[in-house]
Design a protein. Sequence first.
Length: 298
Amino acid sequence: MKRFFFVIFFILFSISVFSQEFLCNVSVNSSQIEGTDKRVYENLQSSLTEFINNRVWTNYSFKPEERIECSILITIDERSGDVFSGKLNLALRRPVFNTSYNTVLFNFIDESFQFEFVEFQTLEFVENTYTSNLTSVVAYYLYLFLGLDFDSFSMYGGTPFFEKAQAIVNTAQASRFIGWKAYESTKNRYWIIENILNPSYRDIRKFLYEYHRLGFDVMSDNMVEGRDKISKSLRLLRVVHNERPNLFFLQLFLAAKRDEFIKLFSDASKLEKTEAIEILSEIDPANTAKYQAIQKQN
């Protein structure tokens, strides 16, 4: 009897310590594929939902309300037997302290998504082992999500997860599927993680922390102090831009944050508006006209 209670306690303790990290909305769109059994796409969606949300990805304890919110939309363009081709729409959100607002950390369309899938197959992923392109791609982005989320709460806190994403890239080099190799494109999975972990662009990760944890999370208590920190954090993006103009990950980040920047600084002081417009126009010149609109807001 004592052993029984010990086992129950151990199970409950384990669940409380190693809880699921993700609350991810997974959708599979197969509307462009005609004449195929739609059940396979329904099974793919349910299998991925379980794989992402029910698997334990870290050794950290997450309360239910702390689970990381994200969305993955898979659009299937082609099918040949058990091989599928399409694209991934990926979005990651982060709550802002003491508000109902969620800020976007990542928003990207991966155009090079190919994978094999057999209906009702068990999805498996083993670290440092290339098992399948489907689970490798999904696990790569989940570790990327974890890294970005942790970076936004602690300085460079996402490093262990970025390193796991990089390890997936390394094991996938022998894959016949595209999206993993440096020479295939300047804008793929290889270059996202290369940009993030490259010491030369480290300030973009410092920005993630200062902008979100020291800026946004402070604004509910002290609007002036929080916005001032956000204003100063933009200078870090200028440093990265000066190091390498048109850096791929910086472009991704600006695309995710552009509308937020405009809304945020529209209510700033005249001095903060001027500096924000100057920096944002410098590092994102194609959207200068949008940033100029900040000055016109009261």
